[in-house]
Design a protein around this ligand. Structure first.
Ligand code: FAD
Length: 380
């Protein structure tokens, strides 16, 4: 929805300035997506090559997605999009420019929809830690908790793909790229206040459960650490709620979140989950990285030894303790950590991208005026 909302808003603004019909076309596209109940990949991030250079300055222009040929009935595009979550199990890629483009970068200014199985697209699936363990049948016995989900990220390569006019929603209007990127980022940064807080709830629950399994639930420092985890997590949630509640209806008819608060939300998300994960590892003890495999549990001889020595608090099933340790391991180091930690850092833009927006929107002049007024400073 982040990409859909941002393109909806931007196409409206382009149509107001130019005699284009992108907005009408995109509105029809959205209706079709809703009717067909499609999954759309918000496809923004280019590989970007040398980060100190703009798209038109790169040695190989293909590191930024671009138009290579214009035809009467459409365009031919080339390039790649990196880190695409759920690329393979989506129906279409909604391609957006990755950054504000300059006047001479009209060829890189393209927003369009491309079916995921179109000719000329290749998917390079990301390798992640513990992915083979997920497939390893010898681990059957269901102790590898938190490592079952088939989420993936892909490098998606577009090798001269034809896009018909009906699927194009921006084509050369470079002065609107910044607006599209900014609004997509804002919607996306808001959504982290829900999704990462949801995972955070599981982290808090895992901390409380493992503390009980270990018999330390009443220790004052453990209770305080769990309280801190909950506080950090609820702060993320509060930011997500705040930027949504302060959102306003746009002229285009959809709602836009409060951009400053959405950036504050995501900036907190680049930090707090790491502290939550640190506290969870502290509370768990080292077993979350040293647990024996399910094979040892299937052998009655070794199972007896594991149950004897990996026992926790009295009355706690050792296998439940091991399952909770595996959940913690996968959440802070394995596939779960890709979404909970790495994506918290870089998804919807790395931390500096939010700091630039916060600085721009913080209205420092107004705040200086307030401080000077209280300090009874009068300046000409
Ligand atoms: C798990 C995961 C899932 C993702 N899913 C999606 C998705 O579904 N769709 C999508 O479009 N994107 C997705 N992303 C991409 C995400 O938006 C990018 O990772 C993010 O924008 C950072 O880009 P990058 O990875 O190229 O890092 P870089 O841009 O290389 O950033 C690395 C560091 O360099 C700094 N830096 C970069 N350029 C400059 C510069 N010019 N000047 C100064 N400093 C600079 C950054 O601030 C950062 O500190 C996903 C990312 C992750 C990790």
């Amino acid at each position: 929805m982040d990409a859909i909302n941002a393109v909806f808003l931007t196409t409206y603004e382009i149509d107001k300035k130019y005699d284009t019909s992108y907005h009408q076309r995109f509105t029809e596209y959205v209706k079709m997506v809703e009717e067909k109940d499609w999954v759309i990949d918000g496809c923004m991030t280019d590989p970007k090559g040398d980060r100190s250079k703009h798209p038109h300055q790169q040695k190989d222009p293909d590191v930024f997605f671009h138009v290579v040929e214009r035809k009467e009935d459409g365009v031919v595009v080339r390039g790649a999009k990196a880190h695409q979550t759920g690329a393979i199990n989506s129906h279409e890629h909604l391609i957006m420019p990755t950054l504000a483009m300059r006047n001479e970068e009209k060829g890189f200014t393209i927003c369009c929809a491309i079916p995921v199985d179109d000719d000329g697209i290749t998917y390079y699936c990301g390798r992640q830690s513990c992915d083979l363990r997920r497939l390893d049948q010898s681990e059957e016995g269901n102790i590898d908790c938190g490592n079952q989900f088939g989420v993936h990220e892909c490098l998606v390569v577009f090798d001269d793909v034809f896009v018909p006019n009906e699927q194009i929603f921006m084509n050369g209007e470079s002065e609107f790229c910044g607006r599209l990127v900014e609004s997509f980022a804002a919607y996306h940064r808001q959504s982290y206040g829900g999704c990462k807080a949801g995972v955070g709830d599981v982290m808090v629950g895992a901390a409380a459960a493992i503390a009980e399994y270990n018999g330390v639930q009443n220790a004052s420092h453990i209770r305080d650490k769990i309280t801190e985890m909950a506080h950090l997590n609820e702060t993320i949630y509060a930011c997500g709620m705040a930027c949504s509640a302060c959102g306003k209806k746009t002229e285009a008819g959809n709602y836009l979140v409060d951009i400053l608060l959405a950036n504050v939300c995501k900036q907190n998300v680049t930090r707090f989950p790491f502290e939550i994960a640190r506290l969870l590892q502290d509370i768990a003890g080292g077993l979350f990285v040293t647990c024996p495999s399910a094979r040892e549990l299937r052998n009655p001889e070794t199972r007896k030894i594991i149950e004897k020595y990996l026992v926790g608090a009295e009355g706690v099933d050792t296998i439940n303790r091991i399952k909770m340790m595996r959940l913690i391991e996968n959440s802070v180091l394995g596939r779960g950590a890709v979404g909970y930690l790495a994506e918290s850092m870089h998804g919807a833009g790395s931390p500096q991208a939010q700091r630039i927006m916060i600085n721009r929107l913080a209205n420092l002049e107004e705040k200086k005026k307030m401080a000077k007024s209280l300090a009874r400073i009068k300046e000409e």
